[in-house]
Design a binder for this molecule. Structure first.
Ligand SMILES: Nc1nc2c(ncn2[C@@H]2O[C@H](COP(=O)(O)OP(=O)(O)OP(=O)(O)O)[C@@H](O)[C@H]2O)c(=O)[nH]1
Length: 276
């Protein structure tokens, strides 16, 4: 598209297809194309390389509306990780622990998803890989809020700087889940403020995944998003669509199943990768 001699009607058709295929969604696609057509007219250019540069600028402007900075100033900084089943919460916590430990932080993880013993063991494995200690429930089905409480208490007693709390992903009834989460939060806040509530979304589920997570967005006080499985999916546009749809900034992205496959989010870098 950008390597052609000139900008033609085919260029616009191809650009539209590319943006839709990358999961920007129809609204962003239309707005971006309309504004690029206006720019191309205004600057009287027919050079596809100008179009590529202008596309980069348009997307960067939109990303710049959101601040991806993690708020981890409190000690301990308590981070609740929420999201529906299978989106990559446990994996993300392991990767995030590693992300923080290599930056000199000490990390403790709380297994507040207490309903599946296997889930607790999976989290323990990831915590170990990430260099974090872990607080596990004493028995299956223990009140998640009490595990969260013990985790924050352990962080305070041991002077650990970061506290990552894994929560249940089941979408039982919306009411039940939200009651559970608000109890976890209330109990934590008796000891320490909650610095971040990160909602994990799977890029491969696209806009459907956002609908499934709506209850969290409405009721869990989410402060930022983590987008997982961005590797191997050509769905980078989802990253912008999801920010604009939820009004929430993306703070971390997962691009693989390995412990090091989590990075902070920089709109500028992301657009460079996406547009070239
Ligand atoms: N390719 C890829 N796979 C990922 C990524 N993040 C997680 N996964 C995979 O997604 C699957 C589910 O990850 P989990 O961390 O178990 O998801 P979860 O949300 O904790 O799941 P539940 O505990 O069942 O709610 C695993 O097979 C992970 O390896 C990623 O960034 N890229």
């Amino acid at each position: 598209m950008f390597a052609r001699e000139t900008i033609t009607e085919d260029t616009w058709d191809d650009l539209e297809t590319a943006l839709i295929t990358a999961d920007f969604g129809p609204t962003i696609t239309e707005e971006v194309i309309d504004s690029l057509r206006a720019d191309v007219d205004r600057f009287r250019t027919d050079d596809p390389r100008d179009l590529q540069r202008m596309l980069r600028e348009r997307l960067e402007e939109r990303f710049a509306q959101y601040d991806p900075t993690l708020n981890l100033k409190e000690r301990p900084a308590v981070v609740l990780v929420v999201g529906v089943n299978g989106v990559g919460k446990t994996t993300t916590i392991g990767k995030f622990a590693k992300f923080l430990t290599v930056r000199g932080q000490s990390v403790i993880v709380g297994a507040a998803d207490t309903f599946r013993a296997a889930a607790v063991e999976q989290l323990a494995t990831w915590a170990e890989r990430g260099g974090a200690s872990i607080i596990k429930p004493e028995r299956e089905g223990q009140d998640p809020a009490s595990v969260a409480f013990q985790t924050v208490a352990a962080a305070q007693q041991q002077g650990i700087s970061m506290c990552l709390i894994d929560t249940a992903g089941r979408l039982q009834t919306k009411g039940g889940l939200m009651d559970e989460l608000s109890k976890v939060r209330r109990v934590i806040e008796k000891q320490a403020p909650v610095s971040e509530v990160l909602l994990v979304l799977d890029a491969t589920t696209g806009q459907n995944g956002v609908s499934q997570a709506e209850a969290f967005i409405e009721h869990a006080g989410v402060t930022g998003l983590v987008i997982t499985k961005l590797d191997g999916s050509a769905k980078g546009g989802f990253v912008l669509a999801v920010q604009e749809r939820t009004g929430l900034p993306i703070k971390l992205i997962g691009q693989g199943e390995g412990i090091d496959d989590l990075t902070g989010f920089t709109g500028h870098v992301f657009v460079q990768q996406l547009v070239g």
